[in-house]
Write a new protein. Sequence first.
Length: 259
Amino acid sequence: MLTYLGLPAQASSHAEELDHMLSLVHWLMLVLFIGWGIYFLYVLFRFRRGANPVANYTGAKGKISKGTEVAVAIVEVILLVGYAFPAWATRVKALPSENEALVVRVVGEQFAWNVQYHGPDGKFGRTDVRLVTADNPLGLDKSDPAAKDDVTTINQLNVPVGRPVLVRLSTKDVIHSFGLYEMRVKQDAIPGMDTPVWFIPTVTTDEMRQRLSKPDFDYEITCSQLCGLGHFRMRGFVTVQSQADFTKWFDEQLKELQK
Ligand SMILES: [Cu+2]
């Protein structure tokens, strides 16, 4: 794990790939920083007024300067084409199929995360802004048959480990940003848009608590976009569970609905 960059622990299948890319970018920046720094000091000395009473209007013509520029450009192209483009394409294009993934709606609002799971029918119930109340923050239409088995939570997202999670992200008011640092997920939630974002959690919450020796550790959903006065308290939690524990939790939620 790349501890030298001070990154949070890795808990999704693509976290390592992103961290690797991030580390390469930092190495390139370090080399450029040192290189340009040395060059700057050299130039201060080499082109000092005492040694060059008359200004040179043609500039540097040596092969080294051109070679360096080309080399830096090549490394940048490699980072973009070899790492960044493929990683981006996987995140936004290669979405998991809805049969295989746990599909869940996450709707941001000032200042909470609303979560909607479709029930066993596999269909999300209809929502309508006109039905939004304090008790029904998603505006779920309870008269819709598909809504009857929909589980909703606030600031709590339970997911099974090792299975793709496909989040359909939106927001009721302003722009928020859905940030799961350990999963290396960050996606803006835009009013009027339904943005897919996905990840495969690889470490359960319990296992991560042991790994970090922090018994009260939780994965957090952080709002990563300044969205208003209560932005600081807009945080939710992700509980990554074994498939069995998740099923148990979900069945309990379904039972609650029938009460
Ligand atoms: Cu927010």
